[in-house]
Design a protein around this ligand. Structure first.
Ligand code: SF4
Length: 342
């Protein structure tokens, strides 16, 4: 059965294989960058980022030598900034300690910052032809459906099962194609909603399809509503410049730049809470924006006030703010200011 499933998948993939830069010429550094970027980002959305990144950092050495600020700026928009920081740190280690060559084994790759089992399996199989499985979220969906696995997503029980199933299916010497076929099937036909089972190469083997419960796999634990947190930010102006500051080097959005802000407890009294925090250095004036964004653990609502005064930070002309890496909300403030300039 394993062989039949793998064969069906490989023939389907051979006919539909998408041409992608890191697939056509699977150079280890390119595969690594692509695999890290592709996590939780749709392929179509990540391609422009990938191209921009490779134009600026075409190899391990250029990435290792770059400043963190430039790395974060090029990553901006993809979110999950720790991934960019880990890529950067790992590139420095590889240049310094491994003569600029990525290790070829899964275990060796997993010693580098930010490389987990999936990324290691993808690099080892795609770039070095190692018989290693690589199970991303799309592959999890396919495997839970084909084998009707009932443990919930994120549980260690399901993790163990999907990896064991993927390893058992892996055809010798063809791990690269097999891994990509599994992921492509999950990204396309085997969609979360309305999977196109009529055209699926695994339909004859798929237990969930046979039972008519495809959409009930994978099982997801009930999601907790994200807590809401409120913040107020100030736009301090001096001529054509505004004041921004760098966030701490640890924690959420580490080292990115932001407009000075505080967490507030009563969103109806944003101005008063800003005064309590910073008076007399800062006098908030008009509220100019209310922005919202969901992070992985909370929803943020940010009120933005024009203000007078000064705080520790850096004065940067509005036209140059794009050179400073920022999280999504601060970038929206910066873009609002740039648009207002006309
Ligand atoms: S038959 Fe349907 S549910 Fe099963 S793997 Fe194929 S697309 Fe997914």
């Amino acid at each position: 059965m394993s062989k039949k499933i793998a064969d069906a998948l490989l023939s389907w993939y051979a006919a539909r294989r998408r041409s992608l830069p890191w697939r056509d010429q699977p150079e280890p550094y390119a595969v690594w960058v692509a695999e890290v970027m592709a996590q939780q980002t749709r392929l179509e959305s990540m391609l422009p980022y990938y191209e921009r990144w490779m134009a600026r950092f075409p190899n391990m050495q250029t990435l290792a030598a770059a400043s963190e600020q430039e790395v974060l700026t090029l990553w901006e928009g993809l979110g999950y900034y720790s991934r960019a920081r880990n890529l950067h740190r790992a590139a420095q280690i590889v240049v310094r300690e491994y003569g600029s060559w990525l290790p070829e084994s899964v275990a060796g790759l997993m010693k580098l910052p930010g490389i987990g089992r999936y990324t290691a399996g993808a690099i080892a199989s795609l770039a070095f032809g190692v018989d290693a499985a690589a199970v991303d979220g799309n592959a999890v969906r396919v495997l839970t459906r084909v084998f009707n696995l009932e443990d919930s997503v994120g549980s260690s029980a399901l993790g163990k099962q999907v990896w064991a199933r993927a390893e058992a299916l892996l055809p010798e010497g063809q791990a690269a194609d097999f891994n990509q076929a599994l992921m492509d099937l999950g990204a396309g036909l085997c969609a979360p909603r309305n999977p196109d089972c009529a055209h699926c190469p695994l339909r004859d083997y798929c237990e969930a399809y046979a039972l008519g419960i495809q959409e009930q796999r994978p099982v997801r634990a009930a999601r907790q509503a994200l807590p809401q947190r409120d913040f107020a930010a100030v736009v301090l102006e001096r001529g054509d410049a505004v004041l921004i500051r760098q966030r701490p080097s640890e924690g959420l959005l580490a080292n990115l730049w932001e407009f000075p802000n505080v967490e507030i407890h009563n969103p109806k009294r944003g101005k008063a809470e800003l005064r309590r925090e910073w008076s007399p250095e800062v006098e908030p004036r008009k509220r100019i924006q209310v922005l919202e964004h969901s992070y992985s653990h909370f929803r943020a609502r940010l009120q933005v006030y024009r203000a007078q005064g000064v705080l520790p930070g850096e004065w940067v002309p509005v036209a140059e703010l794009e050179r400073y890496p920022m999280g999504k909300l601060d970038r929206q403030i910066a873009e609002g200011l740039r648009d207002a300039l006309g």
